[in-house]
Design a protein around this ligand. Sequence first.
Ligand code: SAH
Length: 283
Amino acid sequence: MTESHSLPASDWPELEPGWVWLCGAGPGDPGLLTLHALNALRQAEVVIYDALVDERILEWAPKAEKIYAGKRGGKPSSVQRDISLRLVDLARAGKRVLRLKGGDPFVFGRGGEEAQTLVQHGVPVRIIPGISAGIGGLAYAGIPVTHRDVNQSVTFITGHDQSGETPNTLDWASISRSSQVLVIYMGMKHIGQISGALLDAGRPASEPVAVVSDATTPRQRVLETTLGALEADLAASGLEPPAIVCVGRSVLMRQVLDWQGMARGEAPRNLDPLGRGKPAESA
Ligand code: SAH
């Protein structure tokens, strides 16, 4: 480890032999790791990581054996069971085990199931939260997941149900009524069904939608569209998973907050996309 990788002075916990730390790796950009995650990477003897964990993050664990436990799309639960049991075996073998998952381990990541299996087998665990794609990924696209002028609640939705197939088990009508901003994970495969359900439930076809793929990575792409045009525009865009879909007026804020575009020298498209009126006078 170089000097620049050293942690600020503090009582950093030790990843002890026989323990499993279940840790979020954030949405991609290694800078979005927590210090606890970095502390874990530096101590782990084994890192079991998912498809969504950015390769650059693994470089922070040069000593560790790295085991890929990736599975994307409709994931059979037997695979999940194998991973959980593998973690148990490694812990029982006295390894310092780091289970690294994309985003936050407890947000649509089956972290709860894995941790439960570990506890059921008597394996001690520590949970390290991470920045979830549905919050941090949208922030990298200049979209604040809440805004005083837009929403008092936000709903995080998975586009897959337990079978990995369709989002049919969701009550789209009640979601539509109750939440001004919807953040949809794993929504790409069924986007036509999802947008159709939202339109049927009364959300306007003109409602702003953004799709952010590979958020926070150098490959990040953003599609801005409307609910009515979502399916066709997405198909035409060629955007691929992983992607977050955000439905709601907070998407408009990207017109003034596309900070990555501004860093490249682009001018903000609209200084007042929500019609808040004049900016407050500075002193
Ligand atoms: N635990 C993760 C979510 C896992 S579910 C988290 O908290 O972020 C997998 C879904 O997360 C993907 O299908 C996609 O919808 C979303 N996702 C994860 N990383 C992403 C990224 N870098 N960009 C866009 N979406 C991402």
